[in-house]
Structures are given as structure tokens and as C-alpha cells.
Design a protein around this ligand. Structure first.
Ligand code: SF4
Length: 301
């Protein structure tokens, strides 16, 4: 059954001139059929430069929106429209405006894990990899950072700027349990512990490196270690095993994002068949959100 679905997906992909993009937290069977597996921003850049007219985005809504922001002339499909992100959904335009009114001299730096409408109200976007660089580069000593409080705290500890951190969090990375991690460290004392900055600060204290998913990939490529405990969503362990089959990867715990697992092969097939659900934004919002994403790119090159 699965094989016939996969065959049909490949056939329709060619007929539709489509490219399938999957986030590194997607289930193994989705990563296996994707043309590219990467972090959200990198996938959006691939969407913009791909020689394809249809983008099938296997991830969550804010990621597909970012692909549409960067590639407005292409049809961006989100195979499961219910694939949301509780972190992105914890902020909306009225609440951002109210904190902006409280700190009128601050510029807003917004993590890309946020809705397009909120990006449109921000000065610049950032990723977990470049958040510090973006905050340091914006022309103000006072910054509103949203929506992830752990990433905001991570930057605050390194920056001399006044940073007003939004009190949002990723429920998935909150599942990283310090006792589980300590057990893994005891069991694998030669392993490097790599954790995502969306985990809590008490976990950072134990880590060899605090990195986003792209940073983890690069770090492992240049590390002499052969074993790694991975403190982010468990789909990343599968991605790393495919990239580095000669290394050992241990999931730091049950860090599982249910929103990343709602996309299935039959839903991808339906989406290619019907060319829906399409992710579309109001053009005025798209343009303003594009300006915030473009500012990040100007800052970080
Ligand atoms: S892992 Fe966290 S930030 Fe990523 S999609 Fe899931 S809830 Fe959102």
C-alpha cells in the first residue's frame, strides 16, 4: 500500500513540476521521499530558488507561510492544514502591538517560528542560528524579542542590549527532561550533548554546545566525537543518522512534536492530486513580512 502511494507521489510530482520539502522533525517515511530535508528557513530559500512551480511543504503552517513569503509566484501546498505550531500561535498582532506601545524606543526582532501577520509588524526576523547576530545588529539598544522566551534569554545572557523577552515557549522542547539527560550522560560519558536553545537554561548548563538544527549538522561534521546525545525533536536523530551513518546518535529523551507528525504520505498524495490546501497570504501582509525576513538576510548575509 505504502509503495503504491509513493509511486503515485513521484509520478504526480513530475507531472505537477513539484518539489517536496520536509523539515528535519518530520517522520522518517516523509524525510525519505522528500527532495530536501532541512531547517525551516533553508527550506524556504530552496523553495524560492527551486526550478518548480509547486512546493509541497511538509512541516507546520508558519514554515509554509515563510516559503510563500519568499516564493510568491509558486503554489505552496501544506498537505495537512491542521499542522500548526503552539509556539507560533502564542503571539498575535494585538498583543505584539501592546508590548511595542509599552516600549516605543525598542525594535522588534521576531523568531521565524511566528505567524506571517506578526512578522509583518516586526523590524527583523531571525532564526535560532542567527538570533544573537540580528539582535546585535539592529539599530537600537533596546529590543523586543518574541515569541520564544528561552531563545530570548539565551541572547540576553550574551548581549549588553536591553531585551524585553516575550513569555512564549515551545511545548515540545519543554519536554526535554534534565533527569533523562543526566542518565544518558552517565551511560555515554564520551558523547557530546548538543541541545537546542528552545530547551530550558538548566539543560544548557550540561551541554557541550547549544545549537539550532543546522548548527548541529555543521558541528557534528567538524567534531572528533563519535557519539552525540541530541537535545531536540526526535526526528532530528533520524536525519543525523542518514547524514552520518558512521556516528552514533542518542535521543536526549521523549522530545516529540505532535504537530510535526500529522503529515502523512496519503495526505501528500491528495495534496498533489488536488493542488490544495494552498497557503496564501494577503499581499500587503506578505510584503511587510518579506521586509522583516529580508532585513535578517541583509544583516546576516
Ligand atoms: S517543535 Fe516546537 S517550535 Fe517546532 S513546530 Fe513543534 S511546537 Fe512548534
Amino acid at each position: 500500500m505504502e509503495e503504491s502511494v509513493i509511486r503515485e507521489i513521484y509520478k504526480l510530482k513530475t507531472e505537477r513540476n513539484a518539489v517536496i520539502l520536509a523539515h528535519s522533525y518530520q517522520p522518517p517515511e516523509i524525510q525519505d521521499i522528500a527532495d530536501h530535508v532541512d531547517d525551516s528557513l533553508q527550506l524556504s530559500r530552496i523553495a524560492a530558488s527551486a526550478d518548480a512551480s509547486v512546493i509541497v511543504f511538509c512541516g507546520v503552517r508558519f514554515m509554509a507561510e515563510t516559503a510563500h513569503i519568499l516564493a510568491p509566484d509558486k503554489t505552496v501546498l501544506l498537505p495537512e492544514p491542521k499542522a500548526g505550531c503552539p509556539l507560533a500561535d502564542c503571539i498575535d498582532v494585538p498583543s505584539l502591538r501592546s508590548i511595542q506601545a509599552a516600549f516605543p524606543n525598542s525594535l522588534t526582532v521576531l523568531y521565524v517560528n511566528s505567524p506571517a501577520e506578526v512578522k509583518a509588524e516586526s523590524y527583523a526576523c531571525c532564526t535560532s542560528a542567527n538570533a544573537f547576530e540580528v539582535v546585535e545588529s539592529v539599530p537600537s539598544d533596546s529590543v523586543i524579542f518574541a515569541p520564544d522566551r528561552n531563545l530570548g534569554m539565551f541572547i540576553s545572557r550574551r548581549s549588553d542590549k536591553e531585551i524585553h523577552v516575550w513569555n512564549g515557549a515551545c511545548r515540545t522542547h519543554a519536554l526535554a527532561d534534565i533527569q533523562d539527560i543526566k542518565k544518558h550522560i552517565e551511560e555515554w560519558p564520551d558523547a557530546e550533548l548538543l541541545v537546542h536553545p528552545e530547551t530550558s537554561p538548566e539543560i544548557w548548563e550540561l551541554a557541550d554546545a547549544i545549537l539550532g538544527t543546522g548548527g548541529m549538522i555543521r558541528h557534528i561534521g567538524s567534531s572528533r566525537a563519535t557519539r552525540f546525545i541530541i537535545g531536540t525533536e526526535e526526528g532530528m536523530v533520524y536525519k543525523l543518522k542518514t547524514l552520518y551513518p558512521d556516528r552514533k546518535f542518542i535521543a536526549a529523551g521523549k522530545i516529540y512534536c505532535p504537530n510535526m507528525k500529522v503529515t502523512t504520505l496519503p495526505k501528500i498524495l491528495d495534496s498533489l492530486r488536488n493542488l490544495e490546501p494552498v497557503v496564501l497570504l494577503d499581499p500587503a501582509i506578505r510584503e511587510k513580512a518579506y521586509a522583516a525576513v529580508a532585513r535578517m538576510t541583509e544583516i546576516t548575509g
